[in-house]
Design a protein around this ligand. Structure first.
Ligand SMILES: O=C(O)COP(=O)(O)O
Ligand SMILES: [Mg+2]
Length: 226
């Protein structure tokens, strides 16, 4: 694995890492289900379905609600129309703004690599006024591949100046998918433990784990100087 010399690119996952978006996703999912007379899902259920992008989310909803597979496309479209500007229930995790500011001030190029589609990604970043902090945004519909395929993270690192063949940088994420993606690139993963992960921390490959964003800048410098 290649760790870089300071200041190296730091790329972030979005849902469950920078933002707790599950309440807005949950509300939009249930509004769509209500339209087809399907009982609501719990917040825990929907949170457990997030991470693979909108197709995976709706595939899991279809399976859980026993709806016919033919419903997936139209319901997903109805969801996207509703969710794309939904930010009212979404929160930044504590310390995110400060940590991004510290890393940016230290000269780290910052990027975003999410499986969430671009339109809601841009809407939520604009809502929190943090869009301009990121030198690149690779979303779930930016490339033919999505995480855990290494292509999206490789593209984000390359856009921030990393060498395409042996990218150096750090990935910050919350999920099984993020751990797999970081290994596939490979780059060190800083695992945020308060996100949407379902696997115990010790079973997920990671360079370091943290439960509050206050800790992140020091972990990044550790990875860089090791
Ligand atoms: O929208 C999703 O399913 C996942 O998004 P993430 O990659 O930012 O966690
Ligand atoms: Mg995530």
């Amino acid at each position: 694995m290649t760790v870089c010399y300071a200041p190296c690119p730091v790329v972030f996952d979005l849902d469950g890492t920078l933002i707790d978006s599950a309440p807005d996703i949950h509300a939009a999912v249930n509004a769509v289900l209500r339209e087809v007379d399907v009982p609501p899902l719990t917040l825990d259920q929907v949170r457990g379905f997030i991470g693979g992008g909108v197709e995976v989310l709706w595939h899991r909803i279809i399976v859980a609600t026993h709806l016919p597979e033919t419903e997936q496309r139209p319901l997903m479209a109805a969801f996207m129309a509703r969710y794309s500007r939904s930010t009212a229930l979404t929160r930044l995790y504590p310390g995110v703004l400060e940590a991004l500011g510290v890393l940016a001030d230290r000269g780290h190029p910052l990027g975003l690599c999410t499986n969430k589609p671009m339109q809601p990604t841009r809407a939520v970043l604009a809502h929190f006024g943090i869009e301009d902090l990121f030198g690149t945004i690779i979303a779930g519909d930016s490339l033919p591949e999505r995480k855990p395929h290494p292509a999206p993270l490789r593209a984000a690192l390359a856009a921030l100046g990393a060498e395409p063949d042996a990218p150096k940088g750090i990935f910050v994420g919350d999920s099984e998918i993020d751990a797999e993606t970081a290994e596939a690139v490979p780059v060190p993963l800083m695992l945020f433990t308060q996100g949407y992960r379902k696997t115990p921390v010790e079973q997920l490959p990671h360079f370091a784990a943290f439960d509050h964003f206050d800790a992140l800048p020091a972990l990044v410098e550790q990875a860089v100087t090791q």
